[in-house]
Design a protein around this ligand. Structure first.
Ligand code: SF4
Length: 242
């Protein structure tokens, strides 16, 4: 029953604009989950999902917010940590009358990638679209102990690609690669280029504020030219909206 579906472990829920990636500037409903397996020093949302008390979002509320956007962005933290909650979201969408784009932001959390197939097939053959925004992080040694190695990232991407072939609902995969360390960024571009078309790869400057972003614009465009891939800004930081 619709009224019984509740989505737990949410840190933020709001309508705004998509700040980055292929749908930059588009109206979107954000569902931000708490917790992440990583702890990136440049994370612009760490304080939000760490410090805020978790809230619950009902399916009715979610559907109500989606009326204005028809575009749901499930983000974090790391959404793939929360399989039960993701399942609730998809069960809710299944009962929604309008076609929706469902975007999932992930760092490629490898432990649960396989489970996405079951979750995606829950909504059957509706006219919705799923978009995965795959944003791996590689440039801090500490991450090796947290499962974010080049091997795990590659494995996650290949599995996602298989899932996208098998599910009845269209699933598009985009890479959003944060540009800071040039060598590590190049490693990630090379890796993603083996699996994704270059038109689905976006480079994005690292930065928690306008000044830091601006510092990384030059390397972003430089690498994007070399590899013939897309760039994206981070509008929420530049325009200062949530
Ligand atoms: S993976 Fe993303 S959400 Fe997690 S800490 Fe890093 S930047 Fe933040």
């Amino acid at each position: 029953m619709l009224k019984n579906i509740v989505i737990d472990k949410v840190s933020e829920f709001f309508n705004s604009w998509q700040g980055e990636g292929p749908r930059m500037g588009q109206r979107a409903t954000f569902l931000r989950f708490k917790y992440c397996n990583l702890n990136c020093p440049f994370c612009d949302t760490l304080h939000k999902f760490k410090n805020k008390k978790p809230i619950q979002v009902t399916c009715k509320e979610l559907q109500h917010y989606l009326i204005d956007t028809n575009y749901l962005v499930i983000t974090g933290g790391e959404p793939l940590i929360h399989l039960d909650e993701l399942t609730s979201v998809f069960n809710c969408i299944k009962q929604y009358d309008y076609n929706t784009v469902i975007g999932i932001e992930t760092n490629g959390y490898s432990k649960n990638i396989d489970k996405l197939y079951d979750i995606f097939t829950k909504i059957g053959t509706r006219q919705d679209r799923i978009e995965i925004y795959f944003s791996p992080k590689l440039f801090i040694d500490e991450y090796k102990d947290r499962g974010s190695t080049i091997e795990n990232i590659k494995d996650s991407l290949i599995k996602l690609s298989f899932i996208s072939e098998l599910t009845p609902i269209p699933v598009d995969i985009y890479a959003k690669i944060v540009v800071s360390d040039i060598v590590k960024t190049q490693e990630l571009i090379e890796l993603t280029k083996h699996v994704l078309p270059t038109n689905n790869i976006y480079l994005m400057p690292e930065g928690k504020n306008k000044k830091e972003l601006t510092k990384n614009y030059q390397n972003t465009t430089k690498l994007a030219k070399i590899y013939n891939v897309n760039i994206t800004d981070r509008l929420h930081i530049n325009f200062k909206f949530s």
